[in-house]
Design a protein around this ligand. Sequence first.
Ligand SMILES: *Cc1c(COP(=O)(O)O)cnc(C)c1O
Length: 468
Amino acid sequence: MNSILKKDLHAFSRLLGETKDYSLSFLNALDERTTSAVNTIVPKNKLDRKGIGALSALQEFKDRFDSTVVASTGPRYWGYVTGGATPAAIVGDWLATVYDQNTQGVKNQGDISAIVELETIQLLKSLLGLTNAFLGGFVSGATMSNFTCLAVARQWYGKEIGKDFAKEGITEPLPILSATPHSSTVKSLAMLGLGSNNIMKVKILPNNREAIDIDDLKRVIKKLKGKPFILISSAGTVNTVDFDDFKAIVELKKKHCFWWHIDAAFGAFAACSPKYKHLLEGWDLADSITIDCHKWLNVPYESAFFLIKKEHSILQVESFQNSNAPYLGDPLENFNYLNFLPENSRRLKALPVWFTLKAYGKEGYQEIVERSITTANKLGDYIEKSSAFELLAPVRLNTVCFTLKGREEMSEMFLELLNETGKVFMTPTVYRNKKGIRGAFVNWRTQDVDVNIVTKEMTLVLKKIDKL
Ligand SMILES: *Cc1c(COP(=O)(O)O)cnc(C)c1O
């Protein structure tokens, strides 16, 4: 054994101790850490012959890279849809690394950690009030979840027209209907060979909505003259968190032949609150659902899951079977995740989720979700009352989409200056052809006081640009 490696083997206690201390200093100072950094680092391109050992590597990393680490896991990082990591999720993530399982099956000799994943999926379904009719599994993010679900939808469509696309390749364009698809859905269609240009756009509802117009959907369906199709619907659009009318889609599903996919990356968690779960009524009848865990569930990146109806399991295996590995046995008899999703080798992705669900339960998540919504509304109220800003859409759930009243072209510069303060991070957006700013509230740490800190900074930045 290499001598430095051997030394580290005997120094685990000190190594993990130092890492723990450094982690604590990071977590305890998260409130003060900047939310954006300027890059001044020149990457090195040569690896030394002799290693320096883990402790010195830790020291060098801290010295050179600590300043690049922003407080994206903190309470005022409202850009994109960025969750944090609960204490229990960090424990689970640490242990997933320590255990280093290759999570695939439950009946294999050797690693059977998939049992943890299957239990975790059950707990998630219980949290969200979903039936047992879905098979679920973990992937790296909602993009990969959308990819996985739409891969099975692709195979389903093939079967409907007597083809096996997994074996033969795609022979014709598929009718794919959507109103406000997330960019990752469009990307998934490109990756799947379905063509990102091939979405048949359905109208959205009038009056500042992003939800699908059911009457227009009916018109588009009529034009398809009975052909099967794929419907991609939204449970929480990114700009204004709008939800498609699932009850109406359920009615359509009784009459027409289509695969119903729901992108519920973060909107799914509305189900944790009795006040908001009505937004998802009927979603149980979808064929597939995408849900992120590294957003509102607050586990570390990379974590999301897919739910696909068990009645489609054969199509799922046809899409993902790792067929030139005969020792894996019958894919359905001998359940093994590698036949059900894109990756083969995988870490024990479920563990951080298992820990956080057990630690905080249904009540814990109801509180996080409702508090996120309350704090989003607090920022929304400030904007509504201010003469300098205006909301681009009502605060429907947990995002605030706004601009500078009467001078939206200044919003980019305003946001740059605001993000530069390092006290908050939000992202630019374009909504109904207007330049704006988006803040999304999904972090478990965010409280009213954070909104106060940010609105104070917003006032200061406003003064700055008024002087320009
Ligand atoms: C974030 C998001 C995605 C993509 O998720 P990743 O986890 O970044 O891959 C897809 N759909 C919606 C609605 C999202 O909010």
